[in-house]
Design a binder for this molecule. Structure first.
Ligand code: PLP
Length: 456
């Protein structure tokens, strides 16, 4: 076995890591952690340190680590047929079965699922489908896409543009012109502190109406949103938000993409986040929870309405010119089948509501009165704690103080992973669905200690 020093040197010399301070990493100014194994909600590094992963990797290992049922399904598939493509109507038992399982779990008006690899490429697919759709319908100008500030939809050219976080635009010449952003549905960060939640929803709706009026509905193809803002801060929508937004979109014939890369397959406590919040999307993006990250796989679920136009389009113009070599990869599909079955067999979605509520209640009890804890929020197996310098008047910390990152580091030192969300001082939690109350207690206790250590 290689020594850790050797690995660390090779890492610094050869490995270009995503979302990393490249210079600090190359210079060895930041710690590298080499993960060597995992079981349940715990990961272990090569130094033998065990950490309770209360973010499930990147909110993706939903069934928890070390599930032999999925590992065996992957192994069996690799032995039988590691790869064949899915172009021109080819399939495998795994990919066809998974398509059926996904559609059985999707809202009733959904028609088919297209498989990709990750959330970013699925959203790239979705935008292309909207453009194709409007071209087929003879509306070549109806192409712009509305996204929200603080939305996260990926790191590609269009998807990085859809993402409404500064870090993902800065120095990349993004967003592209076809993408426009509207108000984030983030009640805690409203400008007018006297505004009620319902009034804030009306304010978001008004901002959307203004944007549509400015750009012209005839130029706007779609609106994309996560049912619950994820990377932008783990923010459930304000009261009545989705039905009100949906009504505006319907009025202007703007299609809705529900990006369920995080919320799909149970994280909110419902099978789909869109159903949880009364959304009626035309397209749903799925990824992480589809395989619990045991293998890369994503999907774009299209509604009957969209499918009908796509069908007509290929009758008129020939096969759709869109495909990835690894679309519906048999190994990812086998992982997906085993994963969705496990979620059902173990009743994991139910656990999200029960244990997730318990986790948030614990945070509230232990930290609700802390002078620097401005907000504790979440839904299902999602939670966030937002820090403020002063509660009165909701004064935020100067970002240079990196309070969120410090609390997250203090928590990791105590053996629990909570993620410092990239914009604001927000500590995020998205544990595996199998988290027990005892494990939730460990998260709560250590979070309280970490917060008090950093903030007093
Ligand atoms: N959409 C949402 C809501 C996400 O949270 C993410 C990733 O975190 C993506 C899309 C992009 O997925 P990927 O990183 O697999 O490309």
């Amino acid at each position: 076995m290689l020594h850790n020093d050797q690995l660390s040197q090779w890492d610094r010399e050869n490995f270009f890591h995503p979302s990393t301070h490249l210079a600090k990493h190359a210079r060895g100014d930041m710690p590298t952690r080499v993960i060597s194994g995992a079981k349940g909600v715990y990961i272990e590094d090569r130094d033998g340190k065990k950490l309770l992963d209360a973010f499930a990797g990147l909110y993706c290992v939903n069934v928890g680590y070390g599930r032999t049922e999925i590992a065996e399904a992957i192994s069996a598939q690799a032995h039988e047929l590691a790869y064949y493509h899915s172009y021109v109507g080819h399939g495998t038992e795994a990919s066809i079965t998974l398509a059926k399982m996904v559609m059985d779990r999707a809202p009733a008006n959904m028609s088919k699922v297209y498989f990709g690899l990750g959330g970013s490429d699925a959203n790239e697919t979705n935008i292309k489908l909207l453009w194709y759709y409007n071209n087929i319908l003879g509306r070549p100008k109806k192409k712009k896409i509305i996204s929200r500030w603080r939305g996260y939809h990926g790191s590609g050219l269009v998807t990085g543009s859809l993402t409404g976080l500064e870090l993902f635009h800065k120095k990349f010449d993004l967003p592209l012109d076809q993408v426009i952003h509207t108000e984030a549905p983030y009640y805690f960060r409203r400008d007018d502190l006297d505004m009620s939640e319902a009034d804030f929803t009306n304010h978001c709706v008004q901002k959307l109406e203004e944007l549509i009026a400015r750009e012209g509905a005839e130029n706007i193809a779609g609106f994309i949103g996560e049912p619950v803002l994820g990377t932008g801060g783990i923010v459930p929508p304000p009261e009545g938000y989705w039905p009100a937004i949906q009504a505006v979109l319907k009025k202007h014939d703007i299609l809705l993409i529900s990006d369920e890369v995080v919320t799909g397959f149970g994280r909110t406590g419902s099978m789909m986040g869109s159903t949880h919040y009364g959304m009626e999307p035309d397209i749903i993006t799925i990824a992480k929870g589809l395989t619990s990250a045991y293998a890369p796989l994503s999907g774009s679920i299209v509604s009957d309405k969209v499918w009908k136009v796509l069908e007509d389009g290929t009758d008129e113009f020939g096969p759709i010119g869109h495909g990835w070599t690894y679309s519906a990869h048999p190994i990812g599909a086998a992982a997906g089948v085993a994963n969705l079955k496990l979620i059902d067999d173990l009743n994991l979605i139910e656990n999200n509501t029960v244990t997730g509520d318990y986790l948030r209640a614990g945070f509230m009890e232990r930290l609700g009165d802390h002078p620097n804890v401005g907000d504790i929020r979440g839904v299902g197996m999602l939670a966030a704690i937002e820090f403020v310098e002063e509660k009165q008047g909701r004064k935020f910390f100067d970002p240079s103080k990196t309070v969120g990152a410090q609390v997250s580091a203090a928590l990791a030192a105590k053996g629990v992973i909570g993620r410092a969300m990239p914009q604001g001082d927000i500590l995020g939690f998205a544990p595996p669905f199998c988290l027990t109350k005892d494990e939730a207690d460990i998260v709560i206790t250590n979070t309280e200690m970490a917060v008090r250590e950093v903030l007093g």
